[in-house]
Design a protein around this ligand. Structure first.
Ligand code: HEC
Length: 148
C-alpha cells in the first residue's frame, strides 16, 4: 500500500465519472431525438380507425360516466376543462390539444380518438390495458361535450 494504491483509486473514480458522463450524454441525446421526432411528425391514427363507430355517441348516461373516467385518468394532463392545462402538463414537452376548441375537437372522428387513446404516443400514455374499450368510448363522448 502506498502512493500507487491511492493513485489507482483515484483513477478508478475518474473512469466511473467518465462512464457516467457518457451515459448521461447518451440518454440526453436520445430524449432530445425522441422529442424532436414527436414534435415534427404529427400524430395520425392507423388507417381505418376513422370508420370505427362510437356505440355511446350522444348517450346522456355515457357523458356522466365519461366525466368520472376523465377526471380520474385524463384531467391531470388535459385539465378539468380540457384546455390542456392540467397540473402534470407543466412537465410535458408537447403542447396539449385544447378539447374545448371546436375546430380541434371536430378535426378527427371518435374512431381516430379511440385508436389514439388506446395506443398512446410519446407523452400520451396508452390506455388499452388501463381502461375498458367501452370506457374509452364514454370518455370520448364526454370530451365532445367540452367543445363549445
Ligand atoms: C401524462 C399526461 C397525459 C394523460 C394522463 C392523458 N393524456 Fe392525452 N395526450 C397527452 C399528450 C402529451 C398528448 C399530445 C400527444 C401528441 O400530439 O403527440 C395527448 C393527446 C391526446 C389526444 C389526441 C388529440 C389529437 O391531437 O389528436 C386525445 C384524444 C387524448 N390525449 C385523450 C386523452 C384521454 C381520454 C385521456 C384519459 C383516458 C388522456 N388523454 C390522458 C397527455 C396525456
Amino acid at each position: 500500500m502506498g502512493a500507487g494504491a491511492v493513485c489507482s483509486g483515484k483513477y478508478g473514480e475518474l473512469s466511473n465519472m467518465r462512464k457516467f458522463v457518457i451515459l448521461f450524454v447518451g440518454v440526453a441525446a436520445l430524449m432530445f431525438a425522441n422529442s424532436v421526432e414527436a414534435l415534427h411528425t404529427g400524430w395520425t391514427a392507423d388507417e381505418g380507425a376513422e370508420k370505427l363507430k362510437n356505440p355511446f355517441a350522444s348517450d346522456a348516461g355515457a357523458v356522466a360516466e365519461g366525466k368520472k373516467i376523465y377526471e380520474e385518468n385524463c384531467a391531470k394532463c388535459h385539465g378539468a376543462e380540457g384546455k390542456g392545462k392540467g397540473a402534470s402538463s407543466m412537465s410535458l414537452q408537447i403542447e396539449l390539444p385544447d378539447f374545448s376548441d371546436k375546430d380541434m375537437s371536430h378535426a378527427e372522428t371518435d374512431g381516430e380518438w379511440f385508436w389514439k387513446i388506446r395506443t398512446g404516443q410519446f407523452e400520451m400514455p396508452p390506455f388499452q390495458l388501463k381502461i375498458k374499450d367501452d370506457e374509452v368510448w364514454k370518455v370520448i363522448t364526454y370530451i365532445r361535450t367540452l367543445a363549445k
